[in-house]
Design a protein around this ligand. Structure first.
Ligand code: HEC
Ligand code: HEC
Ligand code: HEC
Ligand code: HEC
Length: 194
């Protein structure tokens, strides 16, 4: 009996350990909405994903549950190197802007219209001209860009998007949901050869 109990305790501990990383990462992060007043479901994933009947608008994220932004954005202009971003944010960045545009309600998920837009420093807004360019092509070896990019950033169809620098689920456990620490500008130097 004693032995069986010990074995059970070990199994329970192993299970807790094995299932911890995925949830531990987003839980407690800036994207853990479980105790927000606008999220009466109390669930972490639900504002963004649902197991059945996802947002019929469709998107590039699996089982997406949030209303997509319908705003018109002002993009970053032509860069010093002469590169111009796409005319509108790509689908990947639109996922983020579906809350961070400051207009689309946070609680606009599961088909509800919602009533609470994002506020404070997390409000990136519809003017992206004053933010690091997104939906912009990256050419390794071109002016200012490394020949071989660091392995912590993610490039989407040859473009830099919000999620190139940020990890929506906080998997890396770095402040501001960054893909890697920006201490000594390490994140910037994943792409730039300064
Ligand atoms: C703030 C919105 C948001 C929340 C909250 C969120 N996700 Fe995601 N999730 C996304 C986005 C956006 C993508 C697409 C990422 C990409 O393609 O780079 C994604 C992708 C995924 C994927 C497929 C790709 C991968 O990264 O494995 C899984 C599985 C997933 N999410 C599960 C979850 C679970 C489980 C939860 C809750 C514990 C959760 N997500 C919470 C936005 C969210
Ligand atoms: C469902 C709405 C929603 C979506 C979708 C969403 N966010 Fe957020 N995000 C928020 C809210 C709400 C906060 C927290 C604001 C606060 O705490 O004041 C936040 C916080 C953040 C922060 C700051 C975290 C911190 O620790 O300070 C970053 C960075 C961020 N989001 C990036 C993204 C990126 C990149 C995407 C897309 C890949 C994304 N978000 C998609 C709602 C969302
Ligand atoms: C080139 C990398 C990069 C890209 C692309 C990028 N960010 Fe960030 N973002 C950062 C860094 C670095 C910080 C942390 C800045 C700081 O702490 O001073 C940050 C901070 C933030 C914050 C937190 C602001 C605050 O003061 O709490 C939010 C929200 C955010 N980003 C959302 C986005 C969204 C949405 C996009 C796409 C439209 C995006 N980011 C694209 C690098 C990036
Ligand atoms: C994922 C790759 C990536 C990361 C990480 C990244 N950048 Fe960039 N950055 C780019 C690309 C691509 C361009 C556009 C290059 C071009 O003009 O062809 C750019 C352009 C710039 C420009 C020039 C804009 C102009 O108008 O000419 C500055 C300044 C800049 N980045 C600063 C930063 C800083 C600061 C960081 C860290 C917080 C950072 N970048 C992180 C990819 C990145």
């Amino acid at each position: 009996m004693r032995k069986a109990l010990t074995r059970l305790a070990v199994v329970a501990a192993l299970l807790a350990f094995a299932s911890a990383p995925a949830l531990a990462a987003i839980a407690g992060s800036g994207h853990d909405f479980s105790s927000e007043t606008w999220n009466s479901s109390g669930e972490i994933c639900k504002p963004c994903h649902v197991p059945h009947n996802p947002n019929p608008g469709g998107s590039t994220a699996p089982l997406w549950n949030h209303t997509l932004t319908s705003q018109t954005f002002t993009m970053y202009g032509t860069t010093v190197a002469g590169t111009t971003p796409d005319a509108t944010p790509n689908a990947k960045s639109k996922l983020c802007l579906s809350c961070h545009d400051g207009v689309t309600n946070l609680d606009a998920f599961g088909g509800a219209a919602g009533s609470t837009p994002i506020s404070g420093a997390a409000n990136i807004g519809i003017t992206l001209a004053d933010d690091h360019p997104v939906s912009i092509a990256i050419t390794p070896g071109s002016k200012g860009i490394k020949g071989t990019l660091g392995s912590n950033v993610v490039i989407y169809s040859n473009k830099v998007e919000c999620a190139s620098c940020h990890d929506i689920h906080n998997s890396a456990g770095v402040a501001k949901l960054l893909r890697t620490s920006n201490a000594a500008s390490a994140l910037c130097l994943e792409c730039h050869n300064k």
